[in-house]
Design a protein around this ligand. Structure first.
Ligand code: PLP
Length: 382
């Protein structure tokens, strides 16, 4: 999928206002900022979301990154966090009250649901909807539903949603929508342009892109983000450090070329698996006619189901891989493999409608032929 010229400019272009001609922004490695007078400090403290007072609030290097991510998403404002979970926590804790209800649609990132479960201790309830038609979501709504949170494509099975229909349903009821856009990156999908209120990213994946940084981001209308800033971000303390922000800015410079290669490699590997007799099914939103109109391209994360995939066979295939390395997370240059099947969680998988034979691949930037060879050899052991 070709990259939008404006996105190329945002990712690779110089930092606005940088007077020195440097292609990389300076790292403003400071915890605090001093003021010429006490009055001026007090003015800064009165609007900490707009002033440099303390790096737990705002920092110039982090702001450069926030400007780029907001522009890539065509959103109004962005705030960065110390992790993707930091961003998710701030949405839930910043916007919900006791008695409120959240609907999660599609398979969503596991720890987000674990956090929602913890929030039951504070009287905030939730439901998970795995049937993806809008009427199923509508049925799950309650009078106190304040937020619909979703992923498209979803975690593990990569099923896509009709995002505009979901947004329409939410808007008609005055319910906020939040979408985790980590999989697609803003290059392949821009939820804010579809009317989604809050767009969330784990910077730890493709945006950082080199498996050397953990971070998160939210893009939202400025007024909504300001609410999250004062009610959660500044108080929970999951702020991104300036060096981490700088690493993500560096990652963005190669994001367009990396995403095009992840897409090409991912599709090549997925098509190979589709034709393999040991594979029952490949879960990749770019295959067949399953792709939704909202998705402009595909990243390199997808899964496949082993035919007759019990835990022992999964373990043997994973251990037989050598180019694919075994590990959590994804979105870096190296290819990774993992399975949601841990050998002792059949019931949990069943509840999430995840087939026990599932293996997830993060296809990296190695030559596709060597990745296919690796899988071909590993699948021969079962
Ligand atoms: C990794 C991830 C997160 C959480 O990000 P962290 O930086 O690990 O906290 C959230 N959503 C998705 C889809 C992810 O893959």
């Amino acid at each position: 999928m070709p990259i939008h010229p404006r996105d190329l400019q945002i990712c690779t272009g110089p930092v606005e206002g940088a007077a020195t001609g440097a292609v990389a922004p300076p790292i403003t490695q400071t915890s605090l900022f001093t003021y010429p007078s006490f009055d001026e400090l007090l003015a800064g403290l009165a609007a900490e979301h707009r002033h440099h007072v303390y790096t737990r609030g705002q920092n110039p290097t982090v702001e450069v990154l926030e400007g780029k991510i907001a522009a890539l998403e065509r959103g109004e404002a962005c705030k960065c966090f110390a992790s993707g979970m930091g961003a998710i926590s701030a949405v839930l804790l910043g916007l919900l009250e006791t008695g409120d209800h959240v609907v999660f649609v599609n398979q969503v990132y596991g720890p987000a649901l674990e956090l929602a479960t913890e929030l039951r201790r504070f009287g905030i309830d939730h439901d998970v909807v795995l049937d993806l038609d809008v009427s199923a979501v509508e049925q799950a709504l309650r009078p106190r539903t304040r937020l619909i949170w979703f992923e498209s494509p979803g975690t593990m099975l990569f099923r896509t949603l009709d995002v505009p229909a979901l947004v329409e349903l939410a808007k008609a009821r005055g319910i906020l929508t939040a979408m985790d856009n980590t999989w697609a990156t803003p290059l392949f999908q821009k939820p804010a342009t579809l009317g989604v209120d809050i767009v969330m990213h784990a910077l730890s994946k493709y945006l950082g892109g080199h498996s050397d940084v953990v971070g998160g981001a939210l893009v939202a209308p400025a007024a909504l983000l300001e609410r999250i800033f004062y009610r959660a971000f500044l108080l929970l303390g999951a702020s991104l450090g300036p060096f981490e922000a700088w690493l993500v800015i560096r990652g963005l410079r190669t994001l367009p070329v990396r995403m095009q290669q992840h897409e090409e490699n991912g599709l090549a590997v997925a098509r190979f698996l589709e034709g393999h007799p040991a594979v029952r099914r490949v879960y990749h939103p770019g295959l067949g006619d399953t792709r939704h109109g909202d998705l402009g391209g595909c990243s390199g994360l997808f899964s496949f189901e082993l035919a007759g995939g019990d835990f022992d066979r999964i373990r043997r295939v994973i251990d037989a891989l050598s180019v694919f390395r075994i590990g959590v997370s994804w979105g870096g240059t190296e290819s990774l493999v993992i399975s949601p099947n841990r050998g002792d969680n059949a019931e949990a998988l069943d509840r999430q409608r995840i087939p026990p034979g599932l293996i997830r691949l993060s296809v990296g930037l190695e030559p596709a032929a060597s990745l296919i060879d690796d899988l071909d050899r590993a699948l021969a052991v079962v």
